[in-house]
Ligand binder design. Sequence first.
Ligand code: ADP
Ligand code: ASP
Ligand code: MG
Length: 536
Amino acid sequence: MNFDRGNTRSRASSARAPEATAQIRALHRHAPDQDLKGVKRTLRVMKFGGTSVADASCIRNVVEIIRASSQASDLVVVVSAMAGVTNKLIEAAVQSEAGNHSAVEKILQELQNQHARTVESLIESSTERDRLGRQMQELFEQAHRLCEGTKLLRELTPRAKDLISSLGERLAAPMVAAALMQLGVASEALEATELIVTDSYHGGAEPWMDQTRERCEMRLHPLVQRGVLPIVTGFIGATEEGTLTTLGRGGSDYSASILGAALGADEVVIWTDVDGLLTADPRLVPGACSIPEISYREAAELAYFGAKVLHPKTLRALMESGIPVWIRNTFTPERAGTKITRTGPDGGNAARALAVISEAAMITLGGPCLAEAPEVLGRTLAATSAVRSDVLLVSQSSAQNEVCLVVPASHAKRTVEGLRHEFAQELAHQQAEHVKLDSEVAIVTVVGQDLRRVPGTVGRLFGALGKKNINVMAIAQGSSDCKLSYVVEKAELRAALVATHHEFQFEAVSVQAVSMGHAGEPAWYYEPQQPRADAD
Ligand code: ADP
Ligand code: ASP
Ligand code: MG
């Protein structure tokens, strides 16, 4: 196994602490990670999302991809919960808080049946099925106990919510490991609570990388060295004291990049249900097509502004090490997908893709006090930060005495409450006349390398939207040189997207996307980086 990839990335740029680096190098020198010709094996962290493990047939497909890939490289696999399971678990938690016993029982029973059916269809050996059955029974008993406690307290604590919503991944990983064993691939399911050490911010915990690195060295390295393929639960981690945390919804992508960074992997591969990062959400823009290569910054902006295919924090863990990320389709593995690299492709300063946050809310704070008080914007942002509201766009108009914020719709209520609290005195004395909420808006973001330096971008955009009679409610450019965001009414979103997609000719990238795979070879033999001669 190759933990030290010094020949592919600059060590100077690594975020790794010196003592950790020394430890990894020492491990590397003794690791039998070379084939007989002295060539190192590539290390990949592969993550499979919910739709990729949605049922027994999807899992069979996934374990085939893993088996074939494991012939070409060392692997650490991260799996999500089966599609829809986390939503249902959270629904059970919410119903428990409301004291709705029968709804909780129904959800948990359905989930238990779904997993039992999957095991029944997937696993041939009755002994193995029984073993998995017992393990699942224990997890469901935990779920019942947690929901019962929540019902008694009539309070869903962040800690209990994390524990309940973690169950999907903890059920999925053992099934994938068992299916792999059945194919003759030695593997072991692991809970990421053993590996990813986080702070205690439930529902959106952040990793502590030094501790995580140590745990990965101690726990994952020996397994891979012995030829056992680790199947790790996505989405979760634990504090140093062992309290389970979650990394946020959709967080299994982040789990993969955290493990990739901790292990110094060669690549992270996010396997999902589309052909990579597309020029727009294919559910909203039918002509959207796969982008062959894109930079970290562009991909991060797309993810932050709504491209669900990648959790917004995924690239954060990899920025310094420069480990490339691939996004590929489990259902069309012969296609190359998208490669996300530190710098992106050469010659790219053009608009490249669109992202959408369709559930957004616009909040306007207005009144005479705003014209006179220079600290209003500061107070506004302090108030939003106190309620952990994610301000996506902000603008201030002194002429109209207004501050306008756009936040995710789910943050709207608490943001308005936070502002009403902060400006309570002004509101009472009618100096601040209103805090208005419009929750029927969407944000569209155009992303492209150095977009700010491309003359005429805003003009083209307004021209295209104007032709379709689409009213732009707000626009923001400048906070980043690779993005331009605008706000429209929700009712005009689809038309706005199609017009923007067409104006920037995003359709034009489609041909290259599919032609990157190796002709005649299954895609999992496609080696983005050739194995290298040992440099040590
Ligand atoms: P997974 O279950 O594999 O984690 P997700 O549902 O989280 O998958 O993300 C994949 C989905 O993201 C796609 O099915 C697609 O509808 C959506 N999506 C939104 N924007 C984009 C985009 N720009 N490129 C690709 N997919 C996108
Ligand atoms: N299962 C988790 C969720 O639905 C994590 C993930 O899918 O990435 O949010
Ligand atoms: Mg996802």
